[in-house]
Design a protein around this ligand. Structure first.
Ligand code: CAA
Length: 386
């Protein structure tokens, strides 16, 4: 067992941290307040190779392992969780499934522009009446000549307004309900209409949209994987995606801890720094321990993925623990800062708002517990190996 990062992993971590401290963190409060989507940041990240971190160089990526990619997500999210989710969805939920399930032609055509950050990707699974119960989706793909015509509405689509490539999950077989009969397609931006911008509690530097697809025509070259096997594409994609969201949660919690620790050293009450009071010491000790534990779960899940081992259970555990930890510990950071923590003078209230969503998207905590329970009880037939 080796807990040390490799030289290459440390290098990409340092590169991302340096960029995030200079180009992201100083603007994060403004972007949050003004709901600014920092498009130019993604161009800069692309120049550093970070819009396709774990994508092979042959497809325009940086060619790193998956663990390096989660280190990038942690560092970006530590500076701005909205930037973190934009990169996470773009990479784990769109670029990687095209690499994994696509034909050679699809990989060569769709992956390089995504990996080079020429445009963003969006993952369109969720619908107004199909969230946790993803298999209830109703978007239809009806046969038409050599292809299909796609019609339906999707909700809570991260990156929707800024995406060039959409991974869209549809029902090709209307005779079956549930997961069977779901098929994935790759669509372009001009085949999708953005119908609404969501107003959110946090993550204000990311965009979340409703989209409508109104009879978009696709041929066979847009079908990802096999007809009727799209649910498996979605589930395997989310198995990996959840590790990325767990890394995002660790980054947010780390940022809150950094502020709380510095404050505890400076702020004085009853004649000494508050860090010398045991009540505050206990909070800092718990924060530090829980962040360590979450990070270890994230790194283990990423390591398993790099070895080609199943990650369904390990990814769900990492996401569940890291997201609940981030919500708990960002609240504790506010508590350490007292009244200041509740104001916009310090960033901890933003971290608290941003942390909350990690317990909801890419599968709620309740869904993660179902996934883990099914795995340990042997009730989940399929295990992801990508
Ligand atoms: N890997 C591969 N295949 C899997 C799988 C996995 N991890 N999990 C399930 N499957 C397969 C099953 O083997 C089964 O295949 P067959 O039909 O061939 O037997 C099929 O998928 C159906 O499986 P289930 O019966 O287990 O399906 P279910 O309807 O009970 O649902 C669920 C399971 C885990 C609850 C699933 O619906 C789920 O994960 N829900 C949460 C959805 C979610 O996470 N949405 C996030 C939206 S994206 C997002 O948030 C992105 C963003 O913007 C940040």
């Amino acid at each position: 067992m080796d807990f040390e990062l490799s030289a290459e992993q440390r290098e990409i971590q340092a590169l991302t941290r340096d960029f995030a401290e200079r180009e992201i963190e100083p603007h994060a409060a403004d972007w949050d307040r003004n709901h600014t989507f920092p498009r130019e940041v993604f161009t800069q990240l692309a120049e550093l190779g970070l819009m396709g971190t774990c994508v092979p160089e042959a497809y325009g990526g940086a060619g790193t392992d998956f663990l390096s990619y989660v280190l990038v997500l942690e560092e970006l999210s530590r500076a701005d969780a909205g930037v973190g989710v934009t990169v996470a969805v773009h990479t784990s939920a769109v670029t990687l499934p095209i690499l994994t399930f696509g034909t050679d032609e699809q990989r060569s055509r769709f992956v390089p522009p995504l990996a080079r950050g020429e445009h963003l990707g969006a993952f369109a699974l969720t619908e107004p009446e199909a969230g946790s119960d993803a298999g209830a989706l109703r978007t239809r793909a009806e046969p038409d000549g050599d292809g299909w015509r796609i019609t339906g509405n999707k909700q809570w689509i991260t990156n929707g307004r800024h995406s060039g490539t959409f991974l869209v999950f549809t029902r090709t077989d209307s005779s079956t309900a549930g997961a069977r009969g779901v098929t994935a397609f790759i669509l372009d931006a001009d085949q999708v209409q953005v119908t609404r911008d969501e107003e959110k509690l946090g993550l204000n530097s990311s965009v979340t949209n409703d989209i409508a697809i109104d009879g978009a025509y696709v041929e066979r070259d847009r079908l990802l994987h096999e007809e009727g096997r799209g649910f498996r594409v979605a589930m395997q994609t989310l198995d990996g995606g959840r590790i990325g969201i767990a890394a995002q949660a660790v980054g947010i919690a780390q940022a809150a801890y950094d502020v709380a620790l510095a404050y505890a050293r400076e702020r004085r009450t009853f004649g000494k720094a508050i860090g010398e009071h045991q009540a505050i010491q206990a909070k800092l000790a718990d924060m530090s321990m829980e962040i360590d534990a979450a990070r270890l779960l994230v790194h283990r899940a990423a390591w398993l993925k790099d070895r080609g081992e199943p990650v369904t259970e390990a990814g769900a555990k990492a996401k569940l623990f890291a997201s609940e930890m981030a919500r708990r510990q960002t609240a504790e950071a506010i508590q350490i800062l007292g009244g200041y923590g509740y104001t916009k003078e310090f960033p901890v209230e933003r971290y608290y708002r941003d942390a909350k969503i990690t317990e909801i998207y890419e599968g709620t905590s309740e869904i993660q517990r179902i996934v883990i329970a099914r795995a340990i009880l042997g009730l989940q037939a399929a295990a992801s190996r990508t």
